[in-house]
Design a protein around this ligand. Structure first.
Ligand SMILES: N[C@@H](CCC(=O)N[C@@H](CS)C(=O)NCC(=O)O)C(=O)O
Length: 323
Protein backbone atom coordinates (compact mmCIF):
# COMPACT_ATOMS: atom_id res chain seq x y z
CA UNK A 1 0.00 0.00 0.00
CA UNK A 2 1.29 3.39 -0.86
CA UNK A 3 2.00 6.22 1.58
CA UNK A 4 3.90 9.49 2.06
CA UNK A 5 7.61 9.40 2.95
CA UNK A 6 9.08 12.79 3.93
CA UNK A 7 6.36 14.50 1.94
CA UNK A 8 6.80 12.33 -1.21
CA UNK A 9 4.15 9.91 -2.43
CA UNK A 10 5.59 6.40 -2.79
CA UNK A 11 3.61 3.62 -4.37
CA UNK A 12 5.36 0.72 -2.67
CA UNK A 13 4.90 -2.43 -0.59
CA UNK A 14 2.55 -2.44 2.42
CA UNK A 15 3.71 -0.33 5.34
CA UNK A 16 5.93 -2.72 7.32
CA UNK A 17 4.05 -2.11 10.55
CA UNK A 18 0.78 -3.23 8.92
CA UNK A 19 1.81 -6.86 8.44
CA UNK A 20 2.87 -8.80 11.54
CA UNK A 21 5.21 -11.83 11.43
CA UNK A 22 2.22 -13.99 12.26
CA UNK A 23 0.40 -12.89 9.09
CA UNK A 24 -1.96 -10.63 11.04
CA UNK A 25 -3.12 -7.30 9.67
CA UNK A 26 -2.49 -4.42 12.10
CA UNK A 27 -4.18 -1.07 11.62
CA UNK A 28 -1.92 1.95 12.13
CA UNK A 29 -3.20 4.74 14.43
CA UNK A 30 -4.48 7.92 12.82
CA UNK A 31 -2.06 10.88 12.84
CA UNK A 32 -4.23 13.98 13.36
CA UNK A 33 -6.23 14.16 16.56
CA UNK A 34 -7.30 17.78 17.12
CA UNK A 35 -10.84 18.92 17.87
CA UNK A 36 -13.30 21.72 17.11
CA UNK A 37 -14.49 23.86 20.02
CA UNK A 38 -17.78 25.66 20.54
CA UNK A 39 -15.95 28.80 21.88
CA UNK A 40 -14.67 31.55 19.59
CA UNK A 41 -11.17 31.37 21.17
CA UNK A 42 -10.71 27.63 20.48
CA UNK A 43 -7.83 26.68 18.12
CA UNK A 44 -10.50 25.47 15.73
CA UNK A 45 -13.73 27.35 16.58
CA UNK A 46 -17.03 26.05 15.20
CA UNK A 47 -18.02 27.96 12.05
CA UNK A 48 -20.42 27.08 9.24
CA UNK A 49 -18.70 26.21 5.95
CA UNK A 50 -15.16 26.37 7.34
CA UNK A 51 -14.44 22.68 7.93
CA UNK A 52 -14.70 20.22 5.07
CA UNK A 53 -15.11 16.46 5.20
CA UNK A 54 -13.06 14.47 2.68
CA UNK A 55 -14.64 11.04 2.37
CA UNK A 56 -15.07 7.96 0.18
CA UNK A 57 -18.40 6.18 -0.06
CA UNK A 58 -16.71 2.78 -0.14
CA UNK A 59 -15.01 3.32 3.23
CA UNK A 60 -16.80 2.22 6.42
CA UNK A 61 -14.79 4.67 8.58
CA UNK A 62 -15.57 7.63 6.33
CA UNK A 63 -19.19 6.47 6.21
CA UNK A 64 -19.48 6.84 9.99
CA UNK A 65 -18.73 10.52 9.51
CA UNK A 66 -21.13 10.75 6.53
CA UNK A 67 -23.89 9.19 8.67
CA UNK A 68 -23.28 11.60 11.57
CA UNK A 69 -23.26 14.58 9.19
CA UNK A 70 -26.81 13.58 8.22
CA UNK A 71 -28.02 12.53 11.70
CA UNK A 72 -26.84 15.82 13.20
CA UNK A 73 -28.24 18.00 10.38
CA UNK A 74 -24.80 19.27 9.32
CA UNK A 75 -25.30 19.14 5.54
CA UNK A 76 -25.18 22.95 5.23
CA UNK A 77 -22.41 23.38 7.80
CA UNK A 78 -19.84 20.80 6.70
CA UNK A 79 -19.18 20.66 2.94
CA UNK A 80 -18.23 17.18 1.77
CA UNK A 81 -15.91 15.94 -0.98
CA UNK A 82 -16.30 12.39 -2.29
CA UNK A 83 -13.35 10.43 -3.65
CA UNK A 84 -13.65 9.13 -7.19
CA UNK A 85 -14.36 5.39 -7.24
CA UNK A 86 -11.45 3.06 -7.94
CA UNK A 87 -7.91 2.64 -6.62
CA UNK A 88 -5.69 5.14 -8.44
CA UNK A 89 -1.88 4.92 -8.06
CA UNK A 90 -1.84 8.22 -6.20
CA UNK A 91 -4.27 6.96 -3.56
CA UNK A 92 -7.62 8.61 -2.82
CA UNK A 93 -8.32 11.10 -5.61
CA UNK A 94 -11.05 13.74 -5.86
CA UNK A 95 -12.49 15.56 -8.87
CA UNK A 96 -11.79 18.85 -7.06
CA UNK A 97 -9.15 20.25 -4.73
CA UNK A 98 -9.58 23.01 -2.12
CA UNK A 99 -9.68 25.63 -4.89
CA UNK A 100 -12.10 23.85 -7.23
CA UNK A 101 -12.00 21.28 -10.05
CA UNK A 102 -8.55 19.90 -10.95
CA UNK A 103 -7.76 18.37 -14.35
CA UNK A 104 -6.76 14.75 -13.84
CA UNK A 105 -8.03 14.86 -10.25
CA UNK A 106 -6.71 16.01 -6.88
CA UNK A 107 -4.91 13.35 -4.83
CA UNK A 108 -5.63 13.50 -1.11
CA UNK A 109 -1.93 13.27 -0.27
CA UNK A 110 -1.66 16.93 -1.32
CA UNK A 111 -4.02 17.89 1.48
CA UNK A 112 -1.74 16.03 3.91
CA UNK A 113 1.45 17.70 2.64
CA UNK A 114 -0.43 21.02 2.72
CA UNK A 115 -0.61 20.47 6.47
CA UNK A 116 2.92 19.08 6.82
CA UNK A 117 5.25 19.28 3.80
CA UNK A 118 7.53 16.61 5.38
CA UNK A 119 4.73 14.24 6.37
CA UNK A 120 5.54 10.52 6.61
CA UNK A 121 2.55 8.22 7.00
CA UNK A 122 -0.61 6.85 5.51
CA UNK A 123 -3.11 8.99 3.64
CA UNK A 124 -6.55 7.89 4.78
CA UNK A 125 -10.18 9.01 4.67
CA UNK A 126 -12.08 10.44 6.45
CA UNK A 127 -10.31 13.78 6.89
CA UNK A 128 -11.81 16.78 8.68
CA UNK A 129 -9.94 19.73 7.20
CA UNK A 130 -9.87 23.45 7.99
CA UNK A 131 -10.28 25.54 4.83
CA UNK A 132 -9.11 28.68 6.70
CA UNK A 133 -5.66 27.42 7.78
CA UNK A 134 -5.24 24.54 5.30
CA UNK A 135 -4.60 22.24 8.27
CA UNK A 136 -6.03 18.81 9.01
CA UNK A 137 -8.03 18.93 12.23
CA UNK A 138 -8.62 15.21 12.61
CA UNK A 139 -8.42 12.02 10.52
CA UNK A 140 -9.78 9.52 13.05
CA UNK A 141 -13.42 8.66 12.39
CA UNK A 142 -14.26 7.72 15.99
CA UNK A 143 -13.24 11.26 17.02
CA UNK A 144 -14.77 13.04 14.02
CA UNK A 145 -18.19 11.60 14.94
CA UNK A 146 -17.82 12.86 18.53
CA UNK A 147 -16.94 16.31 17.16
CA UNK A 148 -20.04 16.23 14.93
CA UNK A 149 -22.13 15.10 17.92
CA UNK A 150 -21.56 18.37 19.84
CA UNK A 151 -19.31 21.02 18.26
CA UNK A 152 -21.81 22.63 15.89
CA UNK A 153 -24.92 22.49 18.10
CA UNK A 154 -24.67 26.25 18.77
CA UNK A 155 -24.94 26.86 15.01
CA UNK A 156 -27.55 24.25 14.06
CA UNK A 157 -29.62 24.15 17.26
CA UNK A 158 -29.59 20.37 16.87
CA UNK A 159 -29.76 18.77 20.33
CA UNK A 160 -29.65 15.11 19.36
CA UNK A 161 -27.06 13.26 21.41
CA UNK A 162 -25.66 10.00 20.09
CA UNK A 163 -23.32 9.60 23.07
CA UNK A 164 -25.49 10.52 26.07
CA UNK A 165 -23.79 10.46 29.45
CA UNK A 166 -26.01 7.84 31.16
CA UNK A 167 -25.61 5.38 28.28
CA UNK A 168 -21.85 5.75 27.87
CA UNK A 169 -20.85 2.58 29.74
CA UNK A 170 -23.16 0.49 27.52
CA UNK A 171 -22.05 2.28 24.33
CA UNK A 172 -18.37 1.91 25.26
CA UNK A 173 -18.87 -1.77 26.02
CA UNK A 174 -20.36 -2.46 22.58
CA UNK A 175 -17.76 -0.31 20.81
CA UNK A 176 -14.96 -2.18 22.57
CA UNK A 177 -16.37 -5.49 21.36
CA UNK A 178 -17.44 -4.43 17.87
CA UNK A 179 -14.38 -2.41 16.83
CA UNK A 180 -11.70 -5.11 17.09
CA UNK A 181 -13.80 -8.15 16.24
CA UNK A 182 -16.21 -6.79 13.62
CA UNK A 183 -15.34 -3.32 12.19
CA UNK A 184 -11.66 -4.18 12.02
CA UNK A 185 -12.24 -7.95 12.19
CA UNK A 186 -13.43 -8.08 8.59
CA UNK A 187 -10.16 -6.44 7.50
CA UNK A 188 -8.16 -8.84 9.67
CA UNK A 189 -9.96 -11.69 7.85
CA UNK A 190 -9.64 -10.17 4.38
CA UNK A 191 -5.99 -9.13 4.72
CA UNK A 192 -4.76 -12.15 6.71
CA UNK A 193 -1.68 -13.75 5.20
CA UNK A 194 -1.73 -16.92 7.31
CA UNK A 195 -4.49 -19.48 7.81
CA UNK A 196 -4.27 -19.05 11.58
CA UNK A 197 -4.68 -15.26 11.39
CA UNK A 198 -7.71 -15.71 9.13
CA UNK A 199 -9.24 -18.44 11.34
CA UNK A 200 -8.91 -16.25 14.44
CA UNK A 201 -10.39 -13.22 12.72
CA UNK A 202 -13.46 -15.00 11.31
CA UNK A 203 -14.13 -16.77 14.62
CA UNK A 204 -14.25 -13.36 16.33
CA UNK A 205 -16.52 -11.87 13.67
CA UNK A 206 -19.19 -14.55 14.02
CA UNK A 207 -19.00 -14.66 17.82
CA UNK A 208 -19.71 -10.94 17.85
CA UNK A 209 -22.53 -11.20 15.30
CA UNK A 210 -24.05 -14.02 17.41
CA UNK A 211 -23.83 -11.85 20.55
CA UNK A 212 -25.44 -8.91 18.73
CA UNK A 213 -28.20 -11.19 17.41
CA UNK A 214 -29.00 -12.45 20.93
CA UNK A 215 -29.14 -8.93 22.31
CA UNK A 216 -31.10 -7.42 19.42
CA UNK A 217 -33.74 -10.16 19.54
CA UNK A 218 -35.05 -8.46 22.69
CA UNK A 219 -33.64 -4.91 22.46
CA UNK A 220 -34.40 -2.36 19.78
CA UNK A 221 -30.85 -0.94 19.80
CA UNK A 222 -27.45 -1.93 21.20
CA UNK A 223 -27.69 0.44 24.18
CA UNK A 224 -31.35 -0.49 24.75
CA UNK A 225 -34.20 1.87 23.89
CA UNK A 226 -32.05 4.65 22.45
CA UNK A 227 -30.32 4.61 19.09
CA UNK A 228 -26.70 5.68 19.70
CA UNK A 229 -23.20 5.95 18.29
CA UNK A 230 -22.72 2.21 18.92
CA UNK A 231 -25.46 1.40 16.40
CA UNK A 232 -24.01 3.64 13.70
CA UNK A 233 -20.49 2.30 14.19
CA UNK A 234 -21.93 -1.20 13.74
CA UNK A 235 -24.10 -0.12 10.80
CA UNK A 236 -21.31 0.83 8.40
CA UNK A 237 -19.85 -2.68 8.70
CA UNK A 238 -23.21 -4.53 8.66
CA UNK A 239 -24.36 -2.74 5.50
CA UNK A 240 -21.16 -3.84 3.68
CA UNK A 241 -21.22 -7.37 5.01
CA UNK A 242 -23.36 -9.38 2.59
CA UNK A 243 -22.34 -7.45 -0.54
CA UNK A 244 -18.62 -7.21 0.14
CA UNK A 245 -17.08 -8.88 3.19
CA UNK A 246 -18.97 -12.15 2.74
CA UNK A 247 -17.41 -12.73 -0.68
CA UNK A 248 -14.37 -10.46 -1.11
CA UNK A 249 -13.04 -10.88 2.45
CA UNK A 250 -14.10 -14.56 2.84
CA UNK A 251 -16.40 -13.86 5.81
CA UNK A 252 -18.82 -16.46 4.50
CA UNK A 253 -19.93 -18.58 7.46
CA UNK A 254 -23.26 -16.74 7.52
CA UNK A 255 -24.79 -13.62 5.96
CA UNK A 256 -26.50 -10.81 7.89
CA UNK A 257 -29.63 -11.90 6.01
CA UNK A 258 -29.41 -15.24 7.88
CA UNK A 259 -29.77 -13.55 11.28
CA UNK A 260 -33.48 -12.84 12.00
CA UNK A 261 -32.90 -9.88 14.33
CA UNK A 262 -29.77 -8.40 12.72
CA UNK A 263 -31.31 -8.33 9.24
CA UNK A 264 -34.23 -6.22 10.42
CA UNK A 265 -32.05 -4.07 12.69
CA UNK A 266 -29.90 -3.33 9.64
CA UNK A 267 -33.03 -2.42 7.68
CA UNK A 268 -34.25 -0.03 10.37
CA UNK A 269 -30.91 1.81 10.37
CA UNK A 270 -30.68 1.83 6.56
CA UNK A 271 -34.19 3.30 6.37
CA UNK A 272 -33.41 6.07 8.89
CA UNK A 273 -34.05 9.46 7.18
CA UNK A 274 -31.08 10.44 5.00
CA UNK A 275 -28.96 7.36 5.69
CA UNK A 276 -29.61 5.39 2.47
CA UNK A 277 -28.14 8.39 0.62
CA UNK A 278 -24.77 7.75 2.32
CA UNK A 279 -24.62 4.17 1.03
CA UNK A 280 -23.57 3.20 -2.51
CA UNK A 281 -23.70 -0.56 -2.99
CA UNK A 282 -22.11 -0.25 -6.43
CA UNK A 283 -19.08 1.63 -5.06
CA UNK A 284 -18.79 -0.69 -2.08
CA UNK A 285 -18.75 -3.81 -4.25
CA UNK A 286 -16.36 -2.34 -6.80
CA UNK A 287 -14.00 -1.07 -4.12
CA UNK A 288 -13.72 -4.28 -2.11
CA UNK A 289 -13.49 -6.61 -5.09
CA UNK A 290 -10.73 -4.42 -6.55
CA UNK A 291 -8.85 -4.80 -3.28
CA UNK A 292 -9.43 -8.54 -3.06
CA UNK A 293 -9.33 -9.79 -6.66
CA UNK A 294 -6.20 -9.25 -8.75
CA UNK A 295 -8.34 -8.73 -11.85
CA UNK A 296 -10.81 -6.51 -10.01
CA UNK A 297 -13.74 -8.66 -11.08
CA UNK A 298 -16.89 -7.78 -9.15
CA UNK A 299 -19.11 -10.69 -8.07
CA UNK A 300 -22.69 -10.72 -9.34
CA UNK A 301 -24.60 -11.01 -6.07
CA UNK A 302 -26.16 -11.12 -3.73
CA UNK A 303 -29.64 -9.80 -4.42
CA UNK A 304 -30.33 -7.58 -1.44
CA UNK A 305 -33.17 -5.14 -0.74
CA UNK A 306 -32.84 -3.16 2.48
CA UNK A 307 -35.96 -1.11 1.75
CA UNK A 308 -38.37 -3.93 2.65
CA UNK A 309 -40.33 -3.59 5.93
CA UNK A 310 -38.63 -4.43 9.22
CA UNK A 311 -40.33 -5.61 12.38
CA UNK A 312 -38.38 -3.51 14.87
CA UNK A 313 -41.27 -1.23 15.92
CA UNK A 314 -42.61 -4.08 18.08
CA UNK A 315 -39.68 -3.45 20.48
CA UNK A 316 -39.77 -0.41 22.80
CA UNK A 317 -37.67 2.37 21.28
CA UNK A 318 -37.23 6.09 21.89
CA UNK A 319 -35.15 7.07 18.84
CA UNK A 320 -32.13 9.30 19.44
CA UNK A 321 -31.60 10.93 22.87
CA UNK A 322 -32.28 14.69 23.02
CA UNK A 323 -30.10 16.87 25.28
N1 LIG B 1 -8.68 4.61 12.04
C1 LIG B 1 -9.04 5.29 10.83
C2 LIG B 1 -8.98 4.34 9.64
C3 LIG B 1 -9.29 5.00 8.33
C4 LIG B 1 -8.90 4.10 7.14
O1 LIG B 1 -8.13 3.14 7.29
N2 LIG B 1 -9.42 4.41 5.94
C5 LIG B 1 -9.08 3.62 4.76
C6 LIG B 1 -10.22 3.54 3.81
S1 LIG B 1 -11.50 2.42 4.30
C7 LIG B 1 -7.95 4.31 4.01
O2 LIG B 1 -8.03 5.49 3.74
N3 LIG B 1 -6.92 3.56 3.63
C8 LIG B 1 -5.83 4.05 2.84
C9 LIG B 1 -4.52 3.39 3.23
O3 LIG B 1 -4.54 2.56 4.14
O4 LIG B 1 -3.51 3.74 2.62
C10 LIG B 1 -10.42 5.88 11.01
O5 LIG B 1 -11.29 5.21 11.60
O6 LIG B 1 -10.63 7.01 10.60
Amino acid sequence: MAQLYNGKWMDTAPAAEEVGKDGQFRRIDSAFRDTIGGDADATYPAEAGRYHLWAARVCPWASRALAFRVLKGLEDVIPVHYALPGLPKEGWTFAEGPDGPVDGGYPLHRLYTGHDPQMTGKVTVPVLWDSKTGRIVNNESSEIIRIFNTAFDGITGNRLDLYPEPLRPEIDRWNELIYPTLNNGVYRAGFASSQQAYDEAVAGIFQTLDAMEDHLAGNRYLAGEYCTEADWRAFTTLVRFDVAYHGAFKCNLRRIEDYPALRNYLRELYQWPGIAGTVSFAEIKQGYYQLADKHGIVAIGPELDLTTPHDRARLPGKGIWTR
